[in-house]
Design a protein around this ligand. Structure first.
Ligand SMILES: N[C@@H](CCC[C@H](N)C(=O)O)C(=O)O
Length: 279
């Protein structure tokens, strides 16, 4: 039986989105890999599934699957597309939505100009999230990669990130070193590897080698993690524009213990139907 889907993107990070509220959608890792395949499927970085909530007070449950088929905790660009999707499909009329994710609740808000802002929650640095014995100054850790020491800020935006400072993001070894960091033995659940160039105190450039998806044109949680990492190193103000390959996001963070806010676009590219049984 064919089911409807929407093909969406947020700053070029692209998604296949299913409505699991109106009908049950059964996805397996193998089906997700096939859907995400840019030659044999629809093609996307992540598959998103909107479902009824299981938590009191939540409006929806939002599930995220990387292109490699694995279910993950959080996706920032996806959260914005999620809002556009539930509004366009008339699954809610609310502007502010309480959303259950594997990483806990998030609270996205549709803005008057069509952009979406998301309260992405409080960044975490505690040992359960950061598998290193000793914190070092400004949350920067030494990682050994190919016999060389790489300095990275390690933190969780619900999902794990390792963010490096680089002088020129265009020349950063995103696709050579990124996969090694993603699967570095220090990260048993793997990690998203970010490369941040500081332009000035209110502007950064960023590329991210995403866990389970490879380099994407934008990573929302990666943008939040990079901004927090830059703030911890004393290099950024509390409101920053993050320029990614596929677009720009606005991120603000007042400091430790406070949530990170991210604002940016959420675009529907096309809609279609697909027979999940025949994948
Ligand atoms: N593209 C996303 C992050 C998706 C999940 C990530 N690859 C992970 O495995 O944690 C974003 O916009 O945040």
């Amino acid at each position: 039986m064919s089911v409807p889907f929407s093909k969406m993107h947020g700053a070029g990070n692209d998604f296949v989105v299913f409505d699991g509220v109106s009908r049950p959608i059964q996805l397996t890792p193998q089906k997700i890999r096939r859907l995400a395949d840019r030659h044999f499927g629809i093609g996307c970085d992540q598959v998103l599934l909107v479902e009824r909530p299981t938590t009191a007070g939540a409006d929806f449950r939002y599930r995220i699957f990387n292109a490699d088929g694995g279910e993950v905790e959080q996706c920032g660009n996806g959260a914005r597309c999620f809002v556009r999707f539930v509004r366009d499909k008339r699954l809610t009329a609310k502007d502010e939505i309480a959303v259950e994710t594997l990483a806990g609740m998030i609270y996205p808000r549709l803005e008057a100009d069509g952009d979406v802002s998301v309260n992405m929650g409080v960044p975490r640095f505690e040992p359960a999230e950061v598998p290193f014995e000793a914190a070092v100054r400004e949350n920067v850790y030494d990682l050994e990669v190919d016999g060389r020491i790489v300095k990275a800020s390690i933190l969780s935006m619900g999902n794990p990130h390792a963010v490096q400072l680089v002088p020129d993001v265009d020349a950063a070894p995103v696709n050579t070193q990124g996969p090694q960091i993603e699967r570095h033995p220090r990260f048993p659940r793997r990690v998203n590897a970010g490369y941040m160039q500081i332009v000035d105190r209110r502007h950064i450039r960023l590329r991210v080698y995403e866990r389970g998806a490879g380099e994407t044109l934008a990573c929302g949680t990666g943008a939040c993690a990079a901004m927090v990492a830059g703030r911890q190193r004393g290099l950024l103000d509390d409101k920053v524009e993050v320029k990614l390959t596929g677009g720009t996001l606005r991120v603000s963070w007042a400091g430790e213990g406070q949530p990170v806010w991210m604002t940016g676009p959420a675009i529907t590219v096309f809609e279609g139907t697909i027979d999940l049984e025949k994948l």
